[in-house]
Design a protein around this ligand. Structure first.
Ligand SMILES: Nc1ncnc2c1ncn2[C@@H]1O[C@H](COP(=O)(O)OP(=O)(O)O)[C@@H](O)[C@H]1O
Ligand code: SF4
Ligand SMILES: [Mg+2]
Length: 325
C-alpha cells in the first residue's frame, strides 16, 4: 500500500477520485447497467488492480474515466478536476494526463500508419514541432525496448508483445500521470506477459506514473498492484491492499474468485477457504435487487435479497460490501 493511502482506501494526494459513478447503455433489449455506483480513489504513484469476471463493467469504468463513454450519474475527478463539464480543449488537456492502453493494441493502431506515425500522433495533435517529435520518438522507442528502425515499419510486422510496446510508447508520448491498462497482457503468451509487466513496472519506477490495471485474471494483478478493487456486476464488492485481498479475502465473491485462481505460495493456499462459485453471472440488463451477489452467494440470507450492502471498513483494514463480513 502506498504511504499516502489510508486504510479506508481514500488518499491524501488523490490523482483519480470516483464518487458513486454510474454508466448505462440504452440497447434494444433495455438499459444495460454496466457500472452501478462505483466510488474509488487512486493515489499518485499507486497501481490499483481492478479485477472481476468478464462483463462486470471494468472496461466501461475505464472508458468513463477517459470520457469515452458518458457517466449517467456520479462524479469523476482527475487531480481534483471534475471531468463532466470539460469542453473539447480541456478534455484534450485531461487526456495528456490520463492515457489508456488496450488488450489488443492492433485495434487501436492504424494498420496503414507506420509505427512512427502512430506513436507520434498524440504529439502532432498537441502541436509539437517536428524536431521535438523526432527526438521524443527515439526516446519513447528506447524506453519500451524497440529499435529505432521500428518507426518505418507497420504494426502487422510486429509480434503481440511488441505491438503492446508500441501502444505503451504512444501512451507515454505526452508524459501521462495515469495510464489505464485494460487487460494489457491478456492476449499475450505467458512467456511474453512477464516482459510487458516488467516494462510497466520499470516505467512506473522511472516516471512515477500511476496505473489502473484492469484484468479478469487475478494472477496478473498479484504481481503489479499495490491495492486491488474487486468488481461484480457493476459494483465494487471489496477494496484493499494486495496482501489483504490475497491472504485474508473477506467478501464471499473475492473468496470464490481466489479459489478459482492458481496459488503458487503453499502458505497462502492453506490459509484460503475454498468456495466454489455457482450459477451464472446475472445480466446487467436485469440486476438482482439487494446484494448483487445474492443469487450466487453460498451464505446469502433473506436480508441479502432486499438490502444492498455498502462498501465499509472490515476487520483486516480492507473494505467489503457484505452484510455478514
Ligand atoms: N457500448 C455498449 N453498448 C451496450 N452494452 C455495452 C456496451 N459496452 C459494454 N456493454 C455491456 O456492459 C457490460 C459491461 O461490459 P464491460 O465493461 O466490457 O465489461 P468487462 O470489461 O468487465 O468485461 C456488459 O454486459 C457489456 O455487454
Ligand atoms: S450481502 Fe449477503 S448475498 Fe451479499 S455477499 Fe454478503 S452474504 Fe452474500
Ligand atoms: Mg473488458
Amino acid at each position: 500500500m502506498s504511504p499516502s493511502t489510508s486504510p479506508s482506501g481514500s488518499s491524501s494526494a488523490s490523482l483519480l477520485s470516483l464518487r458513486d459513478v454510474h454508466v448505462r447503455f440504452n440497447t434494444a433489449a433495455g438499459v444495460v447497467r454496466a457500472v452501478s455506483g462505483v466510488s474509488l480513489d487512486l493515489a499518485v504513484g499507486e497501481t490499483l488492480g481492478l479485477v472481476g469476471e468478464s462483463g462486470c463493467g471494468k472496461s466501461t469504468l475505464g472508458k468513463a474515466i477517459m470520457k469515452l463513454v458518458p457517466a449517467a450519474a456520479g462524479e469523476i475527478r482527475v487531480e481534483g478536476i471534475d471531468i463532466a463539464p470539460l469542453g473539447r480543449a480541456e478534455l484534450t488537456d485531461m487526456r495528456r494526463k490520463v492515457q489508456m492502453i488496450f488488450q489488443d493494441p492492433y485495434g487501436s493502431l492504424n494498420p496503414r500508419s507506420t509505427v512512427g506515425r502512430s506513436v507520434a500522433q498524440p504529439m502532432v495533435l498537441a502541436g509539437w514541432k517536428p524536431d521535438a517529435i523526432a527526438a521524443r520518438l527515439e526516446t519513447l522507442l528506447g524506453w519500451v525496448g524497440l529499435p529505432s528502425e521500428a518507426k518505418q515499419r507497420f504494426p502487422h510486422e510486429f509480434s503481440g508483445g511488441q505491438r503492446q510496446r508500441i501502444g505503451i510508447a504512444r501512451a507515454l508520448a505526452l508524459g501521462p500521470k495515469l495510464i489505464i491498462c485494460d487487460e494489457p497482457v491478456s492476449a499475450l503468451d505467458v512467456s511474453v506477459r512477464a516482459q510487458v509487466i516488467n516494462l510497466l513496472e520499470d516505467l512506473k519506477t522511472e516516471f512515477g506514473v500511476s496505473y489502473l490495471f484492469i484484468s479478469h485474471d487475478l494472477s496478473v494483478v498479484e504481481h503489479i498492484a499495490d491495492r486491488v478493487a474487486v468488481m461484480y456486476l457493476g459494483t465494487l464488492v471489496e477494496v484493499g491492499g494486495r496482501d489483504q485481498i490475497w491472504r485474508t479475502p473477506q467478501h464471499p465473491y473475492t473468496k470464490a474468485l481466489l479459489a478459482a485462481a492458481p496459488i503458487a505460495n503453499p502458505k497462502i493456499a492453506r490459509m484460503r477457504q475454498r468456495t466454489v462459485l455457482q450459477g451464472e453471472l446475472p445480466s446487467p440488463l436485469n440486476p438482482p435487487a439487494g446484494c448483487p451477489f445474492h443469487s450466487r452467494c453460498p451464505i446469502a440470507q433473506d436480508r441479502c435479497r432486499s438490502e444492498r450492502p455498502e462498501l465499509r471498513p472490515v476487520s483486516n483494514g480492507a473494505q467489503a460490501a457484505c452484510h455478514f463480513v
